[in-house]
Design a protein around this ligand. Structure first.
Ligand SMILES: *Cc1c(COP(=O)(O)O)cnc(C)c1O
Length: 450
């Protein structure tokens, strides 16, 4: 928002701590700040503490952490301790939630184009199944049976037009039921034996405007009243989806979660309380806002090159964090030990992939960089490691949880070349020859006669 002070981007660990860690674990790696994640989780639940539970008393709010943002069981365990559930959309994500002891309605299964076996597992776990399409009702009935509690995902189409580059406009999005379909779907589900209902939509992504965020709630609260009026069915919870944004750039607006929660509360009073359909629980499924700001990708500078532009080449690449390459997203960079130096050099900060979009920053003002410098790329805690891939034989990095007292706990080791080869069975070769032995003399293999 104009006139706001830029956010100061700081790093919660020291150079000495990293140098100590590096003795055993070479860069790059991600570090997640546990205390900060916990503090953020508490702030969110406090802001929504007005949400009534089923008995009309407080305590009805829950955030189902979108597992895809940071699918690591150690993180899920921390979030479970903070009272969160999990939002899953695939079998491995359900397995992760199950592994940390999340049970039944602590899990929301919001998938699309869903295979039958995933519905079967979700039903067996007692997860809340959130259907993406009206035809999935029959599909679910056939493969797993209709659960007592069922939820539908709404797509408002043209009714909501604050879409952005990540999620797009709702009327072009593949997700959710249309207005007419959703009204029919509740009746159909009831006929098939469902007794309890939920309403869901996920219509914003990385949204930092409290008013636009609250608009999504208004829309859903209005729809809940309409569903009640037209079908006699009252959803027992409304899931506002995720999408609360974070300030990637120091110039970005930091969402005031209290202001947002207050606006949602006002809309709740107008649409839910006034229409006599309270109490309805309000829940969310944020991923990015929960862990994104508290993750840091730590990397060393390998090379500095001067060509048509000046380039800084890191030991990390887009396999470790691909948001800049994928969306042109800004991620702030701190050069450790050079925080006070003037930002009087302009660089493209790259990885080592044979793809020219493998850049963490384009034409970024930084202090003068020399090989060996320690760079920290901010906001890597959501959709960072998780989006990693192995193209070009690049390996995904380790992940650390920085715990109270500055203890670094390895919560995922770095991939090795053997992990990369693990799915190959090439005449029993273990592919380790090159790594173990000296390079063999270049004698051509004897050709076998055909
Ligand atoms: C990705 C996703 C989320 C989480 O979005 P964030 O931007 O990480 O908060 C929540 N719900 C659904 C259905 C999603 O696809």
């Amino acid at each position: 928002m104009p006139g706001e002070k830029p956010i100061k981007k700081t790093v919660p660990f020291t150079r000495t701590q990293i140098e100590k860690l590096e003795k055993e674990y070479p860069t790059p790696f991600h570090i997640y700040d546990e205390e900060a994640i916990r503090a953020g989780a508490r702030r969110l639940s406090k802001a929504f503490s007005w949400v009534p539970g089923p008995d009309g008393k407080k305590g009805g709010f829950l955030n189902y952490f979108a597992v895809k943002a940071l699918p690591n069981p150690y993180i899920l365990r921390v979030l479970k301790e903070e009272g969160m559930g999990a939002d899953c959309s695939s079998l491995p994500e359900l397995q992760l939630a199950d592994a940390v002891g999340m049970k039944g309605e602590d899990i929301m299964f919001t998938s699309n184009d869903t295979p039958a076996e995933e519905f079967v597992v979700a039903k067996k776990l007692g997860a809340i199944i959130n259907l993406d399409d009206i035809t999935h009702l029959d599909f679910l009935e056939k493969c797993a049976g209709i659960p007592r509690l069922i939820c539908f995902r709404y797509n408002p189409g043209e009714e909501y037009c604050h879409g952005n580059t990540i999620i797009g406009n709702p009327d072009e999005a593949k997700y959710g039921l249309t207005h007419d379909q959703i009204l029919k779907a509740y009746k159909m589900a009831q006929k098939k034996g469902a007794k309890r209902f939920g309403l869901h939509a996920m219509i914003v992504s990385n949204q930092r405007d409290e008013e636009i965020l609250a608009d999504a709630a208004r829309l859903l609260f209005g729809l809940a009243a309409e569903i009640h009026e037209k079908t006699g069915i009252t959803p027992e919870f409304i899931n506002l989806g995720g999408g609360v944004g974070i300030p990637y750039s120091p110039a970005d607006h930091l969402v005031d979660i209290e202001v947002f929660a207050r606006k949602v509360h006002e809309a709740y009073k107008e649409n839910i309380v006034e229409n006599g359909i309270a109490p309805i629980r309000v829940v969310m499924e944020n991923g990015r806002a929960i862990t994104g700001p508290y993750g840091y990708l730590v990397s060393r500078v390998r090379h500095v090159a001067k060509k048509h532009r000046d380039y800084v080449g890191l030991d990390a690449c887009m396999a470790n964090l691909m948001r800049p390459a994928l969306y042109g997203a800004y991620h702030h960079i701190t050069v450790m030990g050079k925080e006070k130096k003037p930002l009087n050099h302009v660089y493209d900060v790259t990885g080592s992939l044979c793809e020219n979009n493998d850049k963490f920053a384009v034409q970024r003002f930084l202090p003068e960089i020399t090989p060996g410098d320690l760079m920290v790329i901010h906001e890597s805690g959501a959709h960072g490691h998780a989006m990693g891939f192995n193209y070009n034989g690049k390996l995904r990095s380790a992940e650390f949880l920085m715990q109270a007292g500055g203890k670094f706990k390895l919560i995922r080791r770095a991939e090795t070349a053997n992990d990369y080869f693990a799915t190959l069975d090439f005449k029993g070769s273990d592919f380790s020859g090159l790594a173990k032995k000296k390079a063999p003399a270049a004698t051509p293999a004897k050709s076998k006669k055909q």
